[in-house]
Design a protein around this ligand. Structure first.
Ligand SMILES: *Cc1c(COP(=O)(O)O)cnc(C)c1O
Length: 374
Protein backbone atom coordinates (compact mmCIF):
# COMPACT_ATOMS: atom_id res chain seq x y z
CA UNK A 1 0.00 0.00 0.00
CA UNK A 2 1.10 3.54 -0.63
CA UNK A 3 1.11 6.34 1.92
CA UNK A 4 -2.02 7.84 0.42
CA UNK A 5 -3.98 4.77 1.48
CA UNK A 6 -3.23 5.75 5.05
CA UNK A 7 -4.46 9.27 5.41
CA UNK A 8 -4.60 10.27 9.07
CA UNK A 9 -7.86 9.75 10.92
CA UNK A 10 -10.00 12.85 11.48
CA UNK A 11 -12.04 12.70 14.69
CA UNK A 12 -15.29 14.61 15.15
CA UNK A 13 -13.50 16.81 17.69
CA UNK A 14 -9.84 16.82 18.75
CA UNK A 15 -9.20 18.09 22.27
CA UNK A 16 -5.62 16.85 22.37
CA UNK A 17 -4.51 19.05 19.47
CA UNK A 18 -5.60 22.15 21.40
CA UNK A 19 -3.86 21.12 24.62
CA UNK A 20 -0.64 20.48 22.71
CA UNK A 21 -0.66 24.09 21.50
CA UNK A 22 -1.51 25.57 24.93
CA UNK A 23 0.49 23.23 27.12
CA UNK A 24 3.16 25.59 28.52
CA UNK A 25 0.64 28.26 29.51
CA UNK A 26 -2.02 25.87 30.80
CA UNK A 27 0.46 23.91 32.90
CA UNK A 28 1.73 27.11 34.55
CA UNK A 29 -1.82 28.36 35.23
CA UNK A 30 -2.87 25.01 36.71
CA UNK A 31 0.23 24.73 38.88
CA UNK A 32 -0.30 28.27 40.18
CA UNK A 33 -3.94 27.55 41.06
CA UNK A 34 -2.99 24.34 42.85
CA UNK A 35 -0.22 26.15 44.71
CA UNK A 36 -2.53 28.99 45.83
CA UNK A 37 -5.03 26.38 47.08
CA UNK A 38 -8.03 28.74 46.71
CA UNK A 39 -9.92 25.91 45.05
CA UNK A 40 -13.48 27.15 45.65
CA UNK A 41 -14.49 30.61 44.35
CA UNK A 42 -10.84 31.63 44.25
CA UNK A 43 -9.44 34.79 42.66
CA UNK A 44 -9.32 33.26 39.15
CA UNK A 45 -13.07 32.67 39.21
CA UNK A 46 -13.76 36.37 39.75
CA UNK A 47 -11.17 37.37 37.17
CA UNK A 48 -12.65 34.97 34.64
CA UNK A 49 -16.16 36.29 35.36
CA UNK A 50 -14.98 39.86 34.69
CA UNK A 51 -13.21 38.84 31.47
CA UNK A 52 -16.07 36.67 30.19
CA UNK A 53 -18.63 39.43 30.86
CA UNK A 54 -16.44 41.85 28.87
CA UNK A 55 -16.12 39.29 26.06
CA UNK A 56 -19.88 38.75 25.86
CA UNK A 57 -20.67 42.45 26.21
CA UNK A 58 -22.66 42.12 29.44
CA UNK A 59 -22.26 43.90 32.79
CA UNK A 60 -22.04 40.67 34.80
CA UNK A 61 -21.04 37.03 34.48
CA UNK A 62 -21.54 34.42 37.21
CA UNK A 63 -19.70 31.10 36.98
CA UNK A 64 -21.49 27.86 37.86
CA UNK A 65 -21.02 24.09 37.73
CA UNK A 66 -22.14 23.35 34.16
CA UNK A 67 -24.44 24.54 31.38
CA UNK A 68 -27.45 22.58 32.59
CA UNK A 69 -27.15 24.20 36.01
CA UNK A 70 -26.80 27.60 34.33
CA UNK A 71 -30.23 27.09 32.71
CA UNK A 72 -31.72 25.80 35.97
CA UNK A 73 -30.29 28.70 38.01
CA UNK A 74 -31.51 31.22 35.41
CA UNK A 75 -35.07 29.86 35.65
CA UNK A 76 -34.91 29.89 39.45
CA UNK A 77 -33.68 33.51 39.42
CA UNK A 78 -36.67 34.40 37.22
CA UNK A 79 -39.00 32.68 39.71
CA UNK A 80 -40.12 29.84 37.43
CA UNK A 81 -42.03 27.38 39.58
CA UNK A 82 -44.84 24.81 39.47
CA UNK A 83 -47.31 25.44 36.66
CA UNK A 84 -45.12 28.01 34.89
CA UNK A 85 -44.53 27.35 31.22
CA UNK A 86 -41.20 27.83 29.45
CA UNK A 87 -41.09 27.95 25.65
CA UNK A 88 -38.16 26.20 23.97
CA UNK A 89 -37.38 24.65 20.58
CA UNK A 90 -38.29 21.02 19.85
CA UNK A 91 -34.73 20.44 18.54
CA UNK A 92 -32.06 21.06 21.17
CA UNK A 93 -29.84 19.13 23.58
CA UNK A 94 -31.96 17.45 26.28
CA UNK A 95 -30.45 19.71 28.97
CA UNK A 96 -32.61 22.69 27.91
CA UNK A 97 -35.80 20.78 28.71
CA UNK A 98 -34.31 18.98 31.74
CA UNK A 99 -33.54 22.32 33.39
CA UNK A 100 -37.15 23.46 32.97
CA UNK A 101 -38.49 20.32 34.66
CA UNK A 102 -35.82 20.60 37.38
CA UNK A 103 -37.03 24.14 38.15
CA UNK A 104 -40.60 22.83 38.45
CA UNK A 105 -41.74 24.37 35.17
CA UNK A 106 -43.44 22.86 32.15
CA UNK A 107 -41.54 22.71 28.83
CA UNK A 108 -43.66 23.95 25.91
CA UNK A 109 -42.09 23.13 22.56
CA UNK A 110 -42.08 25.16 19.38
CA UNK A 111 -41.09 23.61 16.05
CA UNK A 112 -37.97 24.69 14.19
CA UNK A 113 -37.14 26.51 10.97
CA UNK A 114 -36.35 23.80 8.38
CA UNK A 115 -33.47 25.89 6.97
CA UNK A 116 -31.55 26.45 10.23
CA UNK A 117 -32.86 23.98 12.87
CA UNK A 118 -33.36 27.05 15.11
CA UNK A 119 -36.65 27.82 16.87
CA UNK A 120 -39.08 29.30 14.33
CA UNK A 121 -39.82 32.80 15.69
CA UNK A 122 -43.09 32.93 13.71
CA UNK A 123 -44.47 30.02 15.76
CA UNK A 124 -43.59 31.38 19.21
CA UNK A 125 -46.55 33.69 19.75
CA UNK A 126 -49.07 30.88 19.23
CA UNK A 127 -47.40 28.92 22.05
CA UNK A 128 -47.82 31.75 24.59
CA UNK A 129 -50.51 31.12 27.25
CA UNK A 130 -51.44 32.93 30.48
CA UNK A 131 -49.02 30.54 32.25
CA UNK A 132 -46.00 31.33 30.07
CA UNK A 133 -43.18 32.89 32.06
CA UNK A 134 -40.01 32.52 29.98
CA UNK A 135 -38.96 32.09 26.36
CA UNK A 136 -35.76 30.06 26.07
CA UNK A 137 -34.34 30.26 22.53
CA UNK A 138 -31.31 28.07 21.79
CA UNK A 139 -28.45 29.31 19.58
CA UNK A 140 -28.04 25.79 18.22
CA UNK A 141 -24.79 24.76 16.49
CA UNK A 142 -23.42 28.22 17.36
CA UNK A 143 -25.85 30.05 15.08
CA UNK A 144 -26.97 33.20 16.88
CA UNK A 145 -30.71 33.80 16.48
CA UNK A 146 -31.74 37.32 15.48
CA UNK A 147 -33.20 38.15 18.90
CA UNK A 148 -35.31 41.24 18.15
CA UNK A 149 -38.50 39.39 17.04
CA UNK A 150 -38.27 37.14 20.10
CA UNK A 151 -37.64 40.06 22.46
CA UNK A 152 -40.64 41.85 20.92
CA UNK A 153 -42.95 38.93 21.79
CA UNK A 154 -41.47 38.82 25.31
CA UNK A 155 -42.14 42.55 25.77
CA UNK A 156 -45.69 42.22 24.44
CA UNK A 157 -46.62 39.48 26.93
CA UNK A 158 -44.36 40.48 29.84
CA UNK A 159 -42.13 37.39 29.57
CA UNK A 160 -38.47 36.92 30.46
CA UNK A 161 -35.94 35.63 27.93
CA UNK A 162 -33.20 33.11 28.80
CA UNK A 163 -30.77 32.49 25.95
CA UNK A 164 -29.33 28.97 25.82
CA UNK A 165 -25.93 30.01 24.48
CA UNK A 166 -24.25 26.75 25.55
CA UNK A 167 -22.98 26.27 21.97
CA UNK A 168 -22.64 29.92 21.01
CA UNK A 169 -19.64 31.54 22.75
CA UNK A 170 -18.73 34.56 20.64
CA UNK A 171 -21.43 34.05 18.01
CA UNK A 172 -23.40 37.00 16.75
CA UNK A 173 -26.13 37.50 14.17
CA UNK A 174 -25.47 39.41 10.98
CA UNK A 175 -29.24 39.70 10.44
CA UNK A 176 -29.55 41.72 13.64
CA UNK A 177 -27.34 44.35 12.02
CA UNK A 178 -25.14 44.86 15.10
CA UNK A 179 -22.41 42.87 16.74
CA UNK A 180 -24.18 41.93 19.97
CA UNK A 181 -23.11 38.51 21.06
CA UNK A 182 -25.15 35.46 22.00
CA UNK A 183 -26.05 35.56 25.67
CA UNK A 184 -26.08 39.36 25.90
CA UNK A 185 -29.55 40.14 24.54
CA UNK A 186 -32.04 38.37 26.79
CA UNK A 187 -32.46 38.75 30.56
CA UNK A 188 -29.93 35.97 31.20
CA UNK A 189 -27.51 34.09 28.92
CA UNK A 190 -26.45 30.52 29.78
CA UNK A 191 -23.11 29.03 28.74
CA UNK A 192 -21.52 25.59 29.03
CA UNK A 193 -17.78 24.93 29.20
CA UNK A 194 -18.17 21.20 28.55
CA UNK A 195 -14.77 20.20 27.07
CA UNK A 196 -16.03 19.92 23.47
CA UNK A 197 -17.71 23.36 23.39
CA UNK A 198 -15.94 26.21 21.56
CA UNK A 199 -14.67 27.42 24.94
CA UNK A 200 -14.15 24.22 26.90
CA UNK A 201 -12.85 23.53 30.40
CA UNK A 202 -10.98 20.39 31.51
CA UNK A 203 -14.13 19.03 33.10
CA UNK A 204 -17.58 20.52 33.73
CA UNK A 205 -18.13 24.26 33.94
CA UNK A 206 -20.77 26.86 33.13
CA UNK A 207 -21.57 30.56 33.32
CA UNK A 208 -24.50 32.97 33.36
CA UNK A 209 -24.44 36.46 31.83
CA UNK A 210 -26.78 39.35 32.55
CA UNK A 211 -26.94 43.13 32.49
CA UNK A 212 -29.21 43.31 35.53
CA UNK A 213 -27.43 43.74 38.89
CA UNK A 214 -30.29 42.26 40.94
CA UNK A 215 -30.23 39.10 38.80
CA UNK A 216 -26.44 38.82 39.03
CA UNK A 217 -26.65 38.98 42.83
CA UNK A 218 -29.45 36.46 42.98
CA UNK A 219 -27.49 34.08 40.74
CA UNK A 220 -24.40 34.40 42.94
CA UNK A 221 -26.53 33.30 45.88
CA UNK A 222 -28.39 30.56 43.98
CA UNK A 223 -25.17 28.88 42.81
CA UNK A 224 -23.83 28.82 46.38
CA UNK A 225 -26.55 27.05 48.44
CA UNK A 226 -28.59 30.25 48.59
CA UNK A 227 -25.86 32.10 50.42
CA UNK A 228 -23.95 35.33 49.77
CA UNK A 229 -22.61 35.60 53.31
CA UNK A 230 -21.13 32.47 54.87
CA UNK A 231 -23.72 30.50 56.93
CA UNK A 232 -26.54 32.90 56.00
CA UNK A 233 -28.77 30.87 53.68
CA UNK A 234 -31.68 32.78 52.17
CA UNK A 235 -33.32 29.93 50.27
CA UNK A 236 -32.66 26.26 49.46
CA UNK A 237 -30.43 26.18 46.39
CA UNK A 238 -27.80 23.85 44.94
CA UNK A 239 -24.03 23.85 45.22
CA UNK A 240 -23.07 24.72 41.64
CA UNK A 241 -19.85 26.72 41.53
CA UNK A 242 -17.22 27.04 38.81
CA UNK A 243 -13.99 25.46 40.09
CA UNK A 244 -10.97 27.76 40.42
CA UNK A 245 -8.92 25.23 38.43
CA UNK A 246 -11.42 25.34 35.56
CA UNK A 247 -11.43 29.15 35.67
CA UNK A 248 -7.63 29.10 35.40
CA UNK A 249 -7.85 26.97 32.22
CA UNK A 250 -10.64 29.12 30.78
CA UNK A 251 -8.60 32.30 31.36
CA UNK A 252 -5.79 30.88 29.21
CA UNK A 253 -8.24 29.96 26.47
CA UNK A 254 -10.57 32.99 26.34
CA UNK A 255 -8.08 35.34 24.57
CA UNK A 256 -7.84 32.74 21.76
CA UNK A 257 -11.56 32.16 21.32
CA UNK A 258 -12.09 34.69 18.51
CA UNK A 259 -9.20 33.24 16.48
CA UNK A 260 -10.52 29.71 17.04
CA UNK A 261 -14.02 30.73 15.95
CA UNK A 262 -12.49 32.38 12.88
CA UNK A 263 -10.62 29.16 12.04
CA UNK A 264 -13.90 27.24 12.34
CA UNK A 265 -15.54 29.70 9.91
CA UNK A 266 -12.76 29.05 7.42
CA UNK A 267 -13.24 25.29 7.71
CA UNK A 268 -16.97 25.82 7.21
CA UNK A 269 -16.26 27.81 4.00
CA UNK A 270 -14.17 24.89 2.74
CA UNK A 271 -17.02 22.47 3.48
CA UNK A 272 -19.54 24.82 1.82
CA UNK A 273 -17.44 24.92 -1.34
CA UNK A 274 -16.48 21.24 -1.41
CA UNK A 275 -19.99 19.93 -0.72
CA UNK A 276 -21.91 22.43 -2.82
CA UNK A 277 -24.13 20.74 -5.38
CA UNK A 278 -23.59 17.18 -4.17
CA UNK A 279 -26.83 15.26 -4.78
CA UNK A 280 -28.83 14.36 -1.70
CA UNK A 281 -26.96 16.75 0.66
CA UNK A 282 -28.52 19.86 2.16
CA UNK A 283 -26.99 22.36 4.59
CA UNK A 284 -28.44 24.66 7.18
CA UNK A 285 -28.63 28.22 5.96
CA UNK A 286 -25.72 29.19 8.20
CA UNK A 287 -25.21 32.80 9.27
CA UNK A 288 -21.50 33.51 8.79
CA UNK A 289 -21.42 35.50 12.04
CA UNK A 290 -22.04 32.29 14.00
CA UNK A 291 -19.23 30.35 15.67
CA UNK A 292 -19.70 26.99 13.87
CA UNK A 293 -19.74 24.91 17.04
CA UNK A 294 -21.07 22.20 14.74
CA UNK A 295 -21.26 21.83 10.97
CA UNK A 296 -24.43 19.91 10.29
CA UNK A 297 -25.68 18.65 6.94
CA UNK A 298 -28.76 16.59 6.10
CA UNK A 299 -28.99 13.38 4.12
CA UNK A 300 -31.70 10.75 3.71
CA UNK A 301 -28.98 8.08 3.60
CA UNK A 302 -27.43 8.89 6.94
CA UNK A 303 -26.53 5.38 8.11
CA UNK A 304 -24.76 4.56 4.86
CA UNK A 305 -22.90 7.88 4.82
CA UNK A 306 -21.76 7.53 8.45
CA UNK A 307 -20.51 4.01 7.69
CA UNK A 308 -18.54 5.23 4.69
CA UNK A 309 -17.01 8.15 6.64
CA UNK A 310 -16.06 5.92 9.56
CA UNK A 311 -14.44 3.33 7.29
CA UNK A 312 -12.30 6.15 5.89
CA UNK A 313 -11.26 7.14 9.42
CA UNK A 314 -13.49 10.21 9.57
CA UNK A 315 -15.70 10.84 12.59
CA UNK A 316 -19.34 11.89 12.35
CA UNK A 317 -22.00 12.77 14.92
CA UNK A 318 -25.75 13.24 15.16
CA UNK A 319 -27.02 16.36 16.92
CA UNK A 320 -29.55 15.16 17.80
CA UNK A 321 -31.10 11.79 16.90
CA UNK A 322 -34.35 12.64 18.74
CA UNK A 323 -36.46 15.75 19.07
CA UNK A 324 -37.22 16.62 22.72
CA UNK A 325 -40.77 15.20 22.69
CA UNK A 326 -39.45 11.91 21.29
CA UNK A 327 -37.18 11.32 24.29
CA UNK A 328 -38.33 8.79 26.86
CA UNK A 329 -37.81 11.46 29.56
CA UNK A 330 -40.42 13.81 28.08
CA UNK A 331 -42.84 11.66 26.08
CA UNK A 332 -45.39 11.54 28.86
CA UNK A 333 -45.35 15.27 29.62
CA UNK A 334 -45.01 16.74 26.12
CA UNK A 335 -47.82 15.69 23.80
CA UNK A 336 -48.10 16.55 20.14
CA UNK A 337 -46.02 16.37 17.02
CA UNK A 338 -43.27 18.68 15.85
CA UNK A 339 -42.76 17.41 12.31
CA UNK A 340 -39.91 19.68 11.24
CA UNK A 341 -37.83 18.76 14.30
CA UNK A 342 -38.65 15.07 13.78
CA UNK A 343 -37.50 15.22 10.16
CA UNK A 344 -34.34 17.04 11.24
CA UNK A 345 -33.58 14.39 13.88
CA UNK A 346 -33.94 11.66 11.24
CA UNK A 347 -31.57 13.22 8.69
CA UNK A 348 -29.00 15.49 10.41
CA UNK A 349 -25.32 14.60 10.32
CA UNK A 350 -22.46 16.52 11.98
CA UNK A 351 -19.09 16.60 10.19
CA UNK A 352 -15.76 17.09 11.99
CA UNK A 353 -15.08 20.73 12.83
CA UNK A 354 -12.54 22.21 15.24
CA UNK A 355 -9.91 24.94 14.85
CA UNK A 356 -7.03 22.50 14.16
CA UNK A 357 -8.99 20.47 11.54
CA UNK A 358 -6.68 19.47 8.66
CA UNK A 359 -7.18 21.67 5.59
CA UNK A 360 -7.90 18.70 3.32
CA UNK A 361 -10.75 17.44 5.54
CA UNK A 362 -13.46 19.06 3.41
CA UNK A 363 -12.06 17.54 0.21
CA UNK A 364 -11.81 14.08 1.79
CA UNK A 365 -15.37 14.30 3.12
CA UNK A 366 -16.70 15.56 -0.22
CA UNK A 367 -15.12 12.63 -2.04
CA UNK A 368 -16.87 10.20 0.29
CA UNK A 369 -20.22 12.01 0.25
CA UNK A 370 -20.05 12.21 -3.55
CA UNK A 371 -20.46 8.44 -3.60
CA UNK A 372 -23.91 8.72 -2.02
CA UNK A 373 -26.52 6.92 -4.08
CA UNK A 374 -24.03 4.71 -5.93
C1 LIG B 1 -23.94 21.44 26.21
C2 LIG B 1 -25.33 22.01 26.24
C3 LIG B 1 -26.06 22.23 27.42
C4 LIG B 1 -25.62 21.70 28.75
O1 LIG B 1 -24.36 22.01 29.15
P1 LIG B 1 -23.57 21.05 30.17
O2 LIG B 1 -22.38 21.88 30.55
O3 LIG B 1 -23.20 19.81 29.42
O4 LIG B 1 -24.47 20.77 31.32
C5 LIG B 1 -27.27 22.87 27.34
N1 LIG B 1 -27.79 23.26 26.16
C6 LIG B 1 -27.14 23.04 25.00
C7 LIG B 1 -27.78 23.50 23.73
C8 LIG B 1 -25.91 22.40 24.99
O5 LIG B 1 -25.29 22.16 23.83
Amino acid sequence: MTATDHEPAIPLVDLKAQYAALRPEVDIALAAAVERADYILGSEVQQFETEFAAYCGTRFAVGCGNGTDALYLALRALAVGPGDEVILPAMTFAATAVAVVQAGGKPVLVDIDPHTALIDPDLIEAAVTPRTKVICPVHLYGQCLPMEPILAIARKYGLAVVEDAAQAHGASSSKANNSQRAGSMGDIGCFSFYPGKNLGAYGDGGCLTTNRPELANRLKSLRNLGSLVKYHHEEPAPNSRLDTIQAAVLRVKLPRLDAWNQARRQHARRYDEALHGLPGITFPNYDQAGNYHLYVIRTQERDAVVGRLNRAGIGAGIHYPFAIHQLQAFRAIIPGRFPVAEAWAATCLSLPIYPELPENAAARVAKILGKTGE
